[in-house]
Design a protein around this ligand. Structure first.
Ligand SMILES: Nc1ncnc2c1ncn2[C@@H]1O[C@H](COP(=O)(O)OP(=O)(O)OP(=O)(O)O)[C@@H](O)[C@H]1O
Length: 257
């Protein structure tokens, strides 16, 4: 079973400690949600795990190898990163964009039938087959977000690190994408997502890591990590965990006094 981890990761930006020594060991086959207030360091942590940022000290490892020392192509064959605000500068059609997810696997002669099949399957899984011929810049924000999820899936990654992948999606598509993450985890992939929707974190994740001010405040099964006391300390809110029809929901009552 693949393991993605980081040890004593520290990042200082603009003279401020953004990550203050993070230790995490993430197992594949699980959905892990990283939650926490704005500026807590969630995106910075994800970037360190994906080798997109080199920490000032400490390191992230994939199966014991420092991610920043792995050849980018080898890492990209195993790990896909979905940024929070992806830019699409090219007016290409959606199928071409999703095909970019196969780049780490292409040989000198370009893609073959296996690559084409992976692209088709990724578009089906993400529910974007109907957009195949549409120019991506003409798609709505949520449609584009799902095409980018398909691009990440096209590489059939062992690890998917996604920064707020559900923001901008309507409730039905949030459920679809959450279900997709579950299917990936059941198939053995490691899925790590940052989320602001705490009820979604409760329902979607096997494990929740609560970051606040660059430190891990809680880490465990969702109902153990997202307690009223943790939410008060992390966000400064009074919240209740209620029984909903489909499982627990988090009712945010007010700011803590
Ligand atoms: N280049 C930079 N210079 C100074 N500070 C920075 C820089 N980049 C990020 N930061 C700060 O680092 C902190 C952590 O940012 P990060 O994007 O990791 O937070 P986050 O938890 O993902 O927040 P959000 O929920 O708002 O997306 C923020 O306070 C941010 O302003």
């Amino acid at each position: 079973m693949s393991v993605l981890s980081c040890q004593d990761v520290r990042v200082t930006l603009g003279g401020r400690s953004v990550l203050a020594g993070i230790d995490l060991t993430l197992a594949a086959g699980q959905v892990t949600a990283i939650v926490g207030p704005n500026g807590a360091g969630k995106s910075t942590l994800l970037a360190c795990l994906a080798a997109l940022r080199t920490p000032d000290s400490g390191a992230a490892h994939l199966d014991g190898q420092p991610v920043t020392a792995m050849p980018p192509r080898a890492l990209a064959q195993r790990l896909a990163f979905l940024p929070q605000t992806p830019e699409i500068a090219w007016a290409v059609d959606a199928r071409t964009l999703v095909g970019l997810g196969r780049i780490p696997f292409l040989g000198a002669r370009g893609g073959g039938s296996a690559d084409a099949a992976a692209v088709t399957q990724a578009m089906e899984l993400a529910g974007v087959s109907e957009f195949a011929g549409r120019v991506v810049t003409s798609l709505s924000g949520g449609e584009r977000a799902r095409v980018l999820i398909a691009r990440a899936l096209a590489g059939e990654p062992e690890w998917l690190l996604a920064d707020e992948p559900l923001s901008g999606l309507d409730p039905a598509h949030q459920l679809d994408v959450a279900g997709l993450f579950r299917v990936m985890a059941l198939a053995g992939a490691g899925v790590v997502v940052t989320l602001h929707d705490l009820t979604m974190a409760l329902r979607l994740a096997d494990r929740v890591v609560v970051l606040a001010a660059g430190a891990v405040l809680a880490d465990g099964a969702p109902v153990d990590a997202l307690t009223p006391a943790v939410l008060r300390a992390a966000y400064g809110i009074e919240a209740r965990v209620l029984a909903g029809a489909q499982g627990p929901i988090i009712d945010v009552v007010r700011r803590a006094g």
